[in-house]
Structure formats: C-alpha cells, structure tokens
Design a protein around this ligand. Sequence first.
Ligand code: MG
Length: 191
Amino acid sequence: MGDEKVKAEALQIIGMFQVLPRLVVFDLDYTLWPFYCECRSKREMPSLYPHVKGILHAFKEKGIDMAIASRSPTADIAKTFIEKLSINSMFVAQEIFSSWTHKTDHFQRIHSRTGVPFNSMLFFDDEDRNIQAVSKMGVTSILVGNGVNLGALRQGLTEYSQNVNKIEKNKQRWRTKFSKSASSTEENDQK
Ligand SMILES: [Mg+2]
C-alpha cells in the first residue's frame, strides 16, 4: 500500500472518533523504523515501517501535534535519520536521550515544552516497561508489535477515547456526589 493510500485510510480512521488526542508521541527504534539506530551508520539511508509516513501525514493534516520520545544513546544518528527521511518538520518536540527511567522524564520534558496535559496524549512504543511507566502518568500508551501501522492507530484512538470517557464519567460522579452533599447541608441549615 502506497503512502497516499495509507494516509487516506488513516484519515478515515481518525474521522471515526469524536475525541482525539492533542499530542501523539512516538518511540523511534522498532516503533517508527525496524532497527536500533545505534547499530547503524549515519551514512546509510534508513527506511520507516511501511504505514508510518502515511499515518504521520494524516495526523499533520488533521492538525494533531506529534513528538518523539526515544531512549536511543545515539541521538546524533537518530536525528540524521529523521532528517534523511524528511520527517523532521512533523514533530513539535524531539526528546532523544538515554535514561534509567522508562521515559517518564522524556514525558515531563514534552509536557513542559508543549503544555499538553498527560491525559491528552497518545503514545506508541514497542517496550512494555515504557508502556507501563508512561501509562501510570495518565498517557494512553499502546504497545506495538510490528511498528506503528493502521491497526495500532485504530487501537490507539479507541483506547484514548475510552480513557477520556472514563475520566468524564468520574468527574460526573464527583459532581453528582458534591451537589447531593451540598443540598443535604442546605436542608440541615433550614431545620
Ligand atoms: Mg523502541
């Protein structure tokens, strides 16, 4: 499937959802491209997973911001590859540094750079420990088995809207609880 075809399908999938994330964050190695960039040379021409370019362009067209969160120890190679693939302008933030934490500090930085709350973000990564740690921060986090593709996109947007609904329901529950206790206090005052 060519990039344009993937983009059209991605736009169709995105169009099915009423609530959308404000920021979509991607890991690099084995999420956007099928290799560890630390094992490659800057002189090589890298390639992305087949659906990635179309999906990035679809988010761009929908006005949804994107960012990178990578623990690659070779940020210089990663950045060279991002340039070579002509996707540099796609991202509002690129946090690429190795760290002992499972990307929680990457997300703190992305949050302070963009101002987007964690529960308005969607994250794709191929490592379960990153998914575990980042989802605890309130980010909808999707484990990819074979890179970002249309299936992962659909799953991500589905889980994102389910999480938003859960938050809304909880707020509603609190509001009802609060207004009930407020009115019972009023009744007591009148006695
Ligand atoms: Mg990875």
